[in-house]
Write a protein that binds this ligand. Structure first.
Ligand code: FES
Length: 82
């Protein structure tokens, strides 16, 4: 299945890149940018990001071994002091 239509990247390409990165460096943090780079491509419109991230995260090799869950990042509102 094609995940990124701009760059013709399939779910198989993403899973293979995650597997390769994890085998190359067990401690690396895998990001979409690193996957694009490993595939010799660059993101364009970004419309594929939700599916791209889900495909990355569903790979059993995505997480750094021995580390717990990644923290959920939340937006914080800055409240100006009055
Ligand atoms: S669909 Fe992936 S960058 Fe446009």
């Amino acid at each position: 299945m094609i995940v990124c239509h701009c760059q013709s990247i399939s779910d198989h390409d993403i899973r293979s890149a995650v597997d390769w990165m994890r085998a190359s460096d067990p401690d690396t943090v895998i990001t979409p940018g690193k996957i694009y780079h490993a595939l010799g491509k660059r993101a364009d419109c970004g419309g594929c990001m939700p599916l791209f991230l889900n495909t990355m995260r569903s790979n059993e090799n995505f997480r750094v071994p021995g580390k717990g869950e990644m923290p959920v990042l939340r937006r914080h509102r800055l409240i100006a002091a009055e």
